[in-house]
Design a protein around this ligand. Structure first.
Ligand code: ADP
Ligand code: ZN
Ligand code: ZN
Length: 566
């Protein structure tokens, strides 16, 4: 390179300023355009920082004499290509978040800090994995699945497909067969799921099906495992990326398809720092990279259904369960004036006994963890609240403490009312802990398993719990929305929803949509194999129009049509 020629790097730096920064490149670094997308070490206000080269230029708007030099080019190869950078620039603009934070935020933590080379991170054997054969025979698709497959498979450019299939309709089988055709073209597939607790089952199914390497990427993994997964996708040694919302930023060597499962799920939205929707980001990514994207759900968001109406998305529908299973019917049980035992009505208890007598499993849904949602004074109606958030404190009886489920802060037990100073305080309402102890008392012969954030704290714990359920070591499963999503429990034939009325009256704009999705998803856990399932929904609002829609066959679709008209 001509020694008189000036080379400037435009560097993205993780700071709260919405600009890139100019650095002069010393001649001995022999820079080229291929340095775009590499990490560099820079001096930023007398602090060593790692930034990313977003452009190479021969001029600067700044006084050249004042520009600092690049200290070191850290990577032998670029980590981001130009399209990756374009995508990250778009995110920064669309979500009004500083460009350096977005671009550097797309790095896994280990690459943000440590000055590691790729060779030090990637185990050498990772580069050798290159098997694209199938391990497992594919299922013969039913006509609806086949049609969805054919339509998606005929498109290799940008197109958004909405795969609307009832729970258990074989969406995952359609995904896997499409993935296979993309992998056969030597391209990668990105599969995004809302929460890590969905990954163990999907991971197991992918592993059973594909011989190729699968990179798993979510925030609960160790930093080392994360950076390895990231690099395997970035370098192309892994062909399948399975991850949660933050995986959408991962640069891919040659991406051919994006699948976003459970597209209605709010976990795709990140509410802090960079506020973004992984669904919208994934669609933009597919558009920039000119590849198809499939959004899948049994209960598509109204937003996506509206995009189908506007002919922006192409709708594919699976109306029947795959194989033998039938979609269960939802029965409303009016619990007004009924005496409940820890939230359980007599008719639900009766149905439970009948199911358990047949050696089948029962799943109970109660979206309130803890012992009781409220601690109240019966003399003055004072209610225990968090001093930080004004949220009501949840009673955790088994440990005898109170906890704010907003900020997580725990408080010591309160014996005397802080309003009137008498000691007539007691709990109100039922949480999962109370339900669990009642179930153990009512069904002493049965094994009861509770699944909520208090006793399932890791992906591993969840994996173990699911294994127990599937090996029929458990008769009654109770839990929060942890079990609403995606899980396939073959032995469950009765599902009871104890108390979802709260969602019917929430002031939250999306509450009704979310409730309709939740009810349909939980109900969909029943009767997934060849036995017919039954769903009992307890309510004090048996005439509510949303509930009346949902109990009809294909109820969610009926509800969504009504809601879109409104
Ligand atoms: P979804 O992802 O829509 O919930 P899955 O793909 O998990 O549905 O399928 C539900 C069940 O049906 C699984 O046990 C799956 O193996 C089975 N299945 C899917 N497609 C077929 C098919 N074409 N023939 C037979 N069984 C199928
Ligand atoms: Zn709080
Ligand atoms: Zn009081």
């Amino acid at each position: 390179m001509d020694s008189t020629k000036i080379v400037i790097f435009k560097v993205a730096v993780p700071v709260q300023l919405n600009q890139v920064f100019d650095y002069i490149v010393p001649t001995e670094l022999n820079s080229t355009a291929a340095d775009i997308g590499k990490r560099v070490l820079i001096d930023f206000h007398n602090q060593a920082k790692i930034g990313i080269v977003t452009a190479v230029s021969d001029n600067s708007d700044w006084n050249l004499k004042k520009l600092k030099p690049i200290l070191k080019i850290l990577d032998p190869q670029a980590l981001f290509n130009e399209l990756d950078l374009k995508f990250l620039h778009w995110l920064s603009e669309y979500y009004h978040y500083p460009v350096g934070e977005v671009i550097c935020g797309a790095l896994p933590a280990a690459l943000k800090k440590n000055v590691l080379t790729l060779g030090e991170i990637l185990p050498p054997e990772a580069a050798i994995m290159h098997v694209d054969s199938l391990k497992q025979a594919v299922l013969k698709l039913n006509p609806e699945q086949q049609q969805a497959f054919n339509i998606c498979n005929s498109e290799s450019k940008f197109q958004v497909f909405l795969l609307n299939g009832v729970t258990g309709s074989g969406k995952t089988e359609v995904y896997m067969q499409l993935m296979q055709t993309v992998l056969a073209r030597q391209l990668q597939v990105m599969v995004l799921v809302p929460e890590i607790n969905l990954t163990p089952q999907l991971e197991a199914r992918f592993k059973a099906r594909f011989a190729t390497e699968i990179a798993i990427y979510h925030s609960k993994l160790s930093s080392k495992v994360r950076v390895q997964a990231w690099l395997k996708i970035q370098t192309g040694t892994a062909k399948i990326l399975l991850g949660t919302r933050s995986a959408v930023f991962t640069p891919c060597k040659n991406l051919g398809l994006i699948i976003l499962d459970e597209e209605h799920d709010n976990s795709f939205v990140q509410a802090s720092k960079l506020r973004f929707s992984a669904r919208d980001a994934a669609i933009m990514r597919a558009k920039l990279f000119q590849i198809p994207i499939i959004l899948g759900s049994a209960t598509p968001s109204l937003a996506s259904l509206a995009n189908v109406e506007r002919q922006r998305y192409q709708l594919l529908t699976l109306t029947k369960r795959a194989g033998q299973a039938q979609v269960p019917q939802i029965i409303l049980t009016d619990i007004r004036k009924q005496r409940l035992q820890a939230g359980l009505s007599a008719s639900l208890l009766q149905a439970m006994r009948a199911t358990l007598a047949k050696q089948e499993q029962v799943l109970l849904f109660l979206n309130r963890r803890g012992f009781a949602p409220v601690l109240i004074c019966h003399d003055c109606a004072w209610v225990a609240e968090c001093i930080h958030c004004d949220a009501r404190l949840v009673v955790h009886e088994t440990q005898k403490y109170l906890q704010c489920h907003h900020c997580g802060q725990q408080f010591a037990w309160i014996y005397t009312c802080l309003g009137c100073h008498k000691s007539n305080v007691s709990t109100l309402g039922v949480g999962t802990q109370q339900l669990e102890s009642k179930l153990k008392q009512l069904f002493p012969q049965q094994n009861v398993l509770r699944l909520d954030a208090d006793n399932i704290k890791s992906a591993r714990a969840l994996k173990q719990a699911i294994a127990k359920i599937n090996q029929a070591e458990v008769d009654i499963i109770l839990g929060t929305q942890l079990l609403a999503k995606g899980h396939h429990f073959a032995g469950v034939t009765l599902v009871g929803l104890l108390d979802v009325d709260g969602g019917l009256f929430s002031a939250d704009f999306n509450a009704e949509e979310n409730l309709a999705q939740l009810i349909t998803q939980v109900a969909g856990r029943a009767g997934r194999e060849n036995k017919l399932g039954k769903v009992i929904l307890q309510t004090r609002q048996p005439q509510h129009p949303v509930l009346l829609d949902l109990i009809r066959p294909n109820g969610y679709q009926i509800y969504a049509q009504q809601a879109l008209l409104a």
